[in-house]
Structure formats: C-alpha cells, structure tokens
Design a protein around this ligand. Structure first.
Ligand SMILES: [Zn+2]
Length: 251
C-alpha cells in the first residue's frame, strides 16, 4: 500500500480579497507551497515540482527550501524519481522541473496547449507563468521526457489522475489508494479547504463551471473517508500528521 506525504517548501502572505473570487474582505491569508510524494510502490512518484530560488526571491516567498531538499527528508533522492505527475503548469507546480532530472512528466494535453496558445500571454494568466520553464516543454518533449495525454488515466495500480480543468485549462487531480482509504490530492482544484467545503472559487480561472464541477469531483472521489489534501492550505498540517517540520504524512 502507498504512503503519501505533503512536503512544504515555502510560504507567502496575501489577503482574502486577492485570492477568493469576488471576496470583499481583506483578512490576512497565508499560502503554503507543497510538493507531494507517493511512496510504497516500486519507485517514488512525485506530484508537482515546486519552483527554484529565482521565483522564491522574485515573488516574496519566505522559508523557501528547494523541493529537491524536501524530498530528501523522507529518504528520496531527487534524481532517482522516475515519474512526476504535473497537476498544472503554474510556476509553483512546474518551474522546479529541472530539480528532478530523471523524471518523466505526466501532464494533460489541454494544459500544454493552453500555455503554448493564444491566451497565456495576457496579464490575466501570465503572472502565473515561469516562461523559460514553459519553453522547456518543447525540449523535454523531444527528449522523450513528457507524457502528454488527454483525460483520466491510471499512472500505476492504485494511483489515478483526473482532468478537472477550471483553475487552469488542463488541471488534473490525483487519487492514491492507501491503508486509510482513498487520498485525494486536489492541488489547485481547491487551494484551501474553504474552496471545496463552501464551493467558493479562486480568482484565477479558465472555466468557472469546470471549477465548480471539480469540487463535486473531489467530494465524489474522496467518498466518506474525506482524505482530502488541499493544495496550499496551512490546515493540511492540522488535519494530518506532521512528522517533522514541513513533512506531513497524509496516510
Ligand atoms: Zn499553486
């Protein structure tokens, strides 16, 4: 059976009005930045790659630790990871790809098409882009390190991805079968528990109906076990077991 870890690599403070859709209040809101690691199979499987120190400096991230370092805290060398599921191509999920030089990257076709297509350059979207690492998609593809596909897929027995879209064009979420039940890694289909639990969207959107439908998908996949891991919520550390600083064991 698999074990799932949320590994925190940074934090950033913002306000509720900057984040939730049509939110009027200005309360402080802290985002935590995670990569997730699935152990217990023949090889570790990473979910998202985080970003490197250039983005950490440029975007005012505090307590930044390289994602390559945080995976070592659970005994995994970054270069030994053969598969990285990429939930979407925002900088905080993709810009660290070169930290994982042995990985094949599993990403939705709609996501690649969006970031190489006509709308990505507009300010509504480009603030979430690390452009050189998006250009790397082409180089990596010709090096046979991209697994670009469309729709729901089994990555390994007991590990599945589901294309939900909404926040980005090809956002995918991940389920993992564990001793505790089905874990749902929502990534940015639900940045905070508040998103999925109150059906409140975030402000960065490619399809509002898809975003709302993704909340339904998360609940359906999680079932009664409710092992839902929100994408950027500090509450993940309270709802699951913190093993050491920045290392949260989900199951
Ligand atoms: Zn994110």
């Amino acid at each position: 059976m698999y074990e799932v870890y949320a590994l925190k690599y940074g934090e950033r403070d913002t306000t509720t009005c900057q984040f939730f859709h049509r939110e009027a209040t200005h309360d402080k809101l802290t985002l935590h930045y995670f990569v997730w690691l699935i152990l217990g199979g023949p090889k570790p499987i990473l979910v998202d790659t985080g970003f490197k120190d250039d983005d950490a400096r440029a975007r005012g991230i505090r307590n930044y630790v390289s994602p390559a370092t945080v995976v070592e805290r659970v005994g995994v060398k970054a270069y030994e990871i053969p598969i990285a599921i990429i939930t979407h191509l925002h900088y905080d999920h993709w810009a660290g790809h070169s930290l994982f030089p042995g990985a094949e990257f599993w990403v939705q076709q709609d996501e690649v098409a969006f970031w190489t297509g006509p709308w990505a350059r507009y300010p509504a979207f480009n603030q979430s882009a690390n452009v050189p690492t998006l250009a790397d998609l082409v180089t990596l593809n010709y090096a046979n390190r991209m697994r670009i596909f469309d729709g729901d897929r089994e990555v390994a027995p007991g590990i599945r991805v589901y294309r939900v879209g909404g926040h980005t064009a090809g956002l995918q979420i991940v389920t993992v079968e564990t001793d505790r039940g089905t874990v749902v890694l929502t990534s940015d289909a639900s940045h905070f528990y508040r998103n999925v639990e109150t059906r409140q969207p975030v402000q960065i959107i490619t399809s509002l109906p898809e975003m709302l439908a993704a909340f339904e998908t998360i609940d359906r996949l999680a079932g009664t076990g409710k092992l839902i891991v929100a994408g950027h919520d500090p509450l993940v550390a309270d709802r699951f077991k913190t093993v050491e600083s920045g290392v949260i064991k989900i199951a």
